[in-house]
Design a protein around this ligand. Structure first.
Ligand code: AMP
Ligand code: ZN
Length: 269
């Protein structure tokens, strides 16, 4: 099957070891579901983590789908309850951040930064070697275009199926087994395999720049998305990389690109 061959090649390319303890970030959606299913099928040592955002029925449906998947796959699931751990649901956290920053930061950007912060912290605490996410080729093509439009192509220069240039004892490497797979193919595969998933959009995903770019890319054939990624990969070696020196956040102690990490610059400053 095409998708399985693509994923196998990606895992070979990143030299993923069967000894690595991998924590799969499971949202309940199709992408991370297929990621966990295939890693397990190929004999990797995986567990799952779900961040329960506590956003009503949407969140409880996501959690249910994730629990069913982990049960079917026979893997351990860690659940991070945002309300218990951070004091409020993602809706409240987000609106507090937006009020503080006078609405300048969009919903998805806030949630994305906080999720990444949680995943790294929890994976390290639980002694995992790698975090796997369900990012697919459509996500990557969107990211390249967003960085072109925003003049921040340097940020894309280090993107790939495994994090590059970020070796640090507090930083857990992230892998993206679906990096070379089109979203439509992931959806078709998840349906064909009848995998348990909650393939519904987040109710808060209404005002992100990524959604605008995504809608634009939807009008193009899959071949063009593949070309965006492929052609970018050809030139990315020539782009001067950003200084990726890792520091530790002065507020929370987590890895950061500056004196304060992105999550604390949103929530604490
Ligand atoms: P998204 O940015 O929502 O498209 O998610 C990208 C990837 O992040 C997913 O494929 C998952 O691997 C991970 N992810 C997103 N939401 C969650 C969540 N609530 N809990 C755990 N992992 C998540
Ligand atoms: Zn911090």
């Amino acid at each position: 099957m095409k998708l399985e061959a693509q994923v196998k090649n990606t895992l070979k390319k990143i030299k993923l070891s069967k000894k690595d303890k991998i924590l799969v970030a499971l949202s309940g959606g199709k992408d991370s579901t297929v990621t966990a299913y295939l890693l397990k099928k190929y004999g990797y040592n995986i567990s799952g983590i779900h961040i329960d955002l506590k956003m009503g029925k949407y969140s409880s449906d996501c959690l249910k789908a994730t629990e069913k998947l982990c049960n079917d796959l026979g893997i351990v699931l860690y659940v991070y309850d945002v309300k218990k751990e951070m004091g409020s649901s993602m809706c409240y956290i987000r609106s507090a951040v937006q009020t503080k920053h006078k609405g300048a930061i969009k919903n998805c950007a806030i949630c994305g930064v906080i999720k990444k912060w949680i995943l790294n912290k929890e994976a390290r605490k639980l002694k995992f070697d790698k975090i796997a996410t369900g990012h697919n080729l459509d996500d990557e093509a969107q990211t390249v275009l967003i960085n072109v439009f925003k003049g921040s192509l340097q940020l894309s220069a280090t993107s790939g199926p495994i994090t590059k240039n970020t070796k640090d004892k507090k930083f857990v490497s992230r892998i993206k087994p679906l990096f070379y797979v089109l979203e439509d193919d992931v959806r078709a595969y998840a349906k064909k395999m009848k995998l348990p998933m909650h393939d519904e959009k987040c109710p808060c995903a209404i005002d992100s720049y990524r959604i605008q770019v995504r809608n634009f890319l939807e009008k193009l054939p899959g071949k063009d998305k593949i070309n965006i990624r492929k052609n970018f990969e050809k030139i990315s070696g020539k782009i001067k990389k950003k200084n990726l020196k890792i520091q530790y956040c002065g507020i929370c102690g987590e890895p950061a690109r500056g004196k304060v990490c992105k999550k604390c610059s949103l929530m604490e400053t």
